[in-house]
Design a protein around this ligand. Structure first.
Ligand SMILES: CC(C)(COP(=O)(O)OP(=O)(O)OC[C@H]1O[C@@H](n2cnc3c(N)ncnc32)[C@H](O)[C@@H]1OP(=O)(O)O)[C@@H](O)C(=O)NCCC(=O)NCCS
Length: 185
């Protein structure tokens, strides 16, 4: 293995913080989920491009649960790391915390994994540097991505099955205890 083009996880480590201003709020007065998604996408780009040394695009997000609402006036911090590199793809793990500046109470609002792909000047996927793993956590995160990839591969076949159309009677049977009304003859 050619180890000349490898970078450490530390190489791209940065913490990005942003104050949540009133224009970020939704009709309920809390911060829009889309604002947080946009911030995560930016952070994923920064980490991926820093590691790869090229332009990177978002290929997929796995996955986003909003665990707690974020309020106007809170300070959101996004901590991330390059968890995995493949040939042209990188997985960036992002953890978001939100801090009430007055009370300094912190809450964990979500953790997500962005798969980014490094692109060359012709907009084609290009090789990324390998990753030097320097502690147990970095090894665990890399291995977790491998295991998730394997799990996803197996799940894809199950999902295909779910998409296979059924006879109307089978749908009716499946939905009989659900909170829906079938309103056609
Ligand atoms: C991402 C994209 C470049 C992949 O193109 P492709 O023709 O599938 O390229 P490849 O098959 O060579 O895959 C390149 C790498 O991306 C990975 N990849 C592609 N699609 C993926 C997905 N949906 N999820 C995770 N990884 C993915 C592949 O596994 C491969 O990884 P590796 O090189 O580390 O083995 C292409 O689908 C694309 O341009 N998508 C649009 C992206 C975009 O516009 N993002 C902004 C969203 S608003």
């Amino acid at each position: 293995m050619d180890t000349t083009n490898f970078r450490t996880v530390q190489h791209s480590k940065t913490v990005i913080t942003e104050l949540m201003i009133p224009s970020y709020a939704n009709f309920g007065g809390k911060i829009h989920g889309g604002i947080l998604l946009s911030l995560m996408d930016k952070v994923a780009y920064v980490f991926a491009a820093k590691h790869a040394g090229t332009y990177c695009i978002t290929a997929s997000i796995d996955h986003v649960d909003f665990l707690a609402p974020v309020e106007v006036g809170e300070l959101v911090s996004l901590r991330a790391s390059v968890n995995y590199v493949g040939t042209s793809s990188l997985v960036i793990g992002i953890r978001i915390t939100s801090e009430n500046i007055k009370t300094q109470v912190m809450k964990h609002t979500n953790t997500s994994y962005f798969t980014m792909v490094a692109m060359d000047e012709n907009h084609k996927p290009t090789h990324v540097p390998g990753l030097i793993l320097e502690n147990k956590d970095e090894i665990r995160r890399f291995a977790e991505v491998l295991r998730k990839k394997e799990f996803k591969k197996q799940n894809k076949a199950h999902l295909k099955q779910i998409k296979t159309p059924l006879e109307l009677e089978s749908y009716k049977h499946l939905l009989e205890k659900e909170r829906c009304l079938i309103n056609f003859a």
